[in-house]
Design a protein around this ligand. Structure first.
Ligand SMILES: *Cc1c(COP(=O)(O)O)cnc(C)c1O
Length: 378
C-alpha cells in the first residue's frame, strides 16, 4: 500500500556540488561567497533593504529583539496562534508577551482588535504571515506609525509571497516591516536543513545588525577593509551560518521559480479537487484575502470540531497518510500556564482544535493527491 508522509525535503541536484565547491575553496566558516550570493539575491529580487543569513528563523527573531533594544517590562504583541520562536525571541530579553487573536477568515492576527492591545509599554508588533498569506499590513503599519512601534514580520513561511496595499503597490512579504525573519528549515518552501534570514528594511539597524551577527564584533567591517582591527563593540552571538549551509541554500535559490510553480500546481490540485466536497462536508478550505498572494507553503483544512478533525486524522492514518495539526495557542501552553491575563482568544483556540495540514511537498504527485482527496470524500 502507498505510504504518504507529511513532508519530504526536495533536493534540486546542485546542493552537494556547491558544498564541495565551498569546502574546496578553503572558506567554510560564515560570510563567504555563497552567503553573499544568497543575500544579494534576496536584496535584489524582493527589494529587502539588507539581508543577513542566519542559522534559523529563530535566530533572526532573536537578532530583531536585540536590535530594537527589548528590555524587561517592554510589551510585544504577537498572535497566540504561532510557533514558539515568535514569542521566545522576546521572552529571552525579558519582554511581556501580549497575545492577539486570529481572524475568522484565516489564522493571521486580527487587526480589528489590535489597537486595544497597545499600551504605553508596547514596543513592537510581530505579525506572522501564516501559510505565506499576508497579514493586513496597512492597518499594522498605520498603528505602528501612530504609536511609534516597531514591526517585525515573522515571514518564516512567506518566501516569494506578496501584499498589495491600499496604494496599489505590490510588496514582497518581509519588505514591509522594519525587520523581518525568514526560515529555510526543511519544512519550508526553500530549505537548507536548518537556516534563516534577517531582513533589515529600516537601515538605521544595518550596521548594528552586522555586529550582533558576528558575536558583537566589528569583524565584517574589518574584512571589508573599513577599519584596521576588530574587537568587541556590542552584545551579539554566533548568528551566521557556515558556507556549507549557504551553499546548500544557493542550490535551492537557483530553482526557486520552478519550486514555486510546482507547489502552486499541488495547491491548486488540492483546492479544485476539494472545492465541491467542502461545500457539503464538515471542513472549510483556506481563504486568501484579495490583498494577498498564495505562495503555496501549505494546504490546510479547518474542521467544524476537534472531534471531526481527529476522525479525519485517524482515517488518513488508516490509509497510511500522515496529516498533522499545527500550533496550540501559546497563551494556553504549559510554559504560559497561569500567566495569561487577557481575554479568551476564540479564533486562536478555534484553529488550535480544528486546523489540519495535508501532506505537501514538491514530489507529491497527482496520484497521491487524488488518493487523499478520495479519502476526504468518504
Ligand atoms: C518555521 C517557523 C519558525 C521557526 O523557524 P526556524 O528556522 O526553524 O527557527 C518561526 N515562526 C514560524 C511562523 C514558522 O513557521
Amino acid at each position: 500500500m502507498m505510504k504518504i508522509g507529511f513532508n519530504k525535503p526536495y533536493l534540486t541536484g546542485n546542493e552537494a556540488k556547491y558544498i564541495i565547491d565551498a569546502v574546496s575553496s578553503g572558506k567554510i566558516s560564515g560570510n563567504g561567497k555563497y552567503t553573499q550570493l544568497c543575500q544579494q539575491f534576496f536584496e535584489q529580487k524582493y527589494g529587502f533593504g539588507k539581508c543577513l543569513l542566519t542559522t534559523s528563523c529563530t535566530d533572526a527573531l532573536e537578532m530583531a529583539a536585540i536590535l530594537i533594544n527589548i528590555k524587561p517590562d517592554d510589551e510585544v504583541i504577537i498572535p497566540s496562534y504561532t510557533f514558539v520562536s515568535t514569542a521566545n525571541a522576546f521572552v529571552l530579553r525579558g519582554a511581556k508577551i501580549i497575545f492577539a487573536d486570529s481572524n475568522e477568515q484565516n489564522p493571521n492576527i486580527d487587526t480589528s482588535k489590535l489597537e486595544s492591545l497597545i499600551t504605553s509599554k508596547t514596543k513592537a508588533i510581530v505579525p506572522v504571515h501564516y501559510a505565506g498569506t499576508a497579514c493586513d499590513m496597512d492597518t499594522i503599519m498605520e498603528l505602528a506609525n501612530r504609536y511609534n512601534l516597531f514591526v517585525i514580520e515573522d515571514a518564516a513561511q512567506a518566501v516569494d509571497s506578496f501584499y498589495t496595499g491600499k496604494d496599489g503597490v505590490k510588496k514582497a512579504l518581509g519588505s514591509i516591516g522594519h525587520l523581518a525573519a525568514f526560515s529555510f528549515h526543511e519544512t519550508k518552501n526553500i530549505i537548507s536543513g536548518e537556516g534563516g534570514m534577517l531582513t533589515i528594511n529600516d537601515l538605521q539597524f544595518a550596521n548594528r545588525a552586522e555586529i550582533i551577527w558576528e558575536k558583537g564584533t566589528n569583524r565584517s567591517a574589518f574584512f571589508r577593509g573599513e577599519i584596521d582591527k576588530y574587537g568587541w563593540v556590542d552584545i551579539g552571538s554566533s548568528f551566521l551560518p557556515s558556507e556549507i549551509i549557504a551553499a546548500f541554500l544557493w542550490a535551492q535559490i537557483e530553482h526557486l521559480e520552478e519550486i514555486q510553480e510546482k507547489r502552486k500546481q499541488i495547491w491548486n490540485h488540492y483546492y479544485e479537487g476539494l472545492l465541491e466536497i467542502s461545500l457539503n462536508q464538515n471542513f472549510k478550505l483556506p481563504q486568501i484575502p484579495d490583498f494577498a498572494t498564495n505562495n503555496a507553503h501549505m494546504f490546510y483544512l479547518v474542521f467544524e470540531s476537534l472531534d471531526e478533525r481527529n476522525k479525519c486524522i485517524h482515517k488518513l492514518k488508516e490509509n497510511n497518510t500522515n496529516a498533522v495539526f499545527h500550533y496550540l495557542s501559546l497563551h494556553k501552553s504549559p510554559f504560559y500556564e497561569g500567566k495569561y491575563e487577557g481575554e479568551e482568544l476564540f479564533w486562536a483556540n478555534h484553529y488550535s482544535d480544528r486546523l489540519l495540514r495535508l501532506p505537501f511537498y514538491y514530489e507529491l504527485d497527482t496520484d497521491k493527491i487524488d488518493f487523499i482527496i478520495d479519502i476526504l470524500k468518504k
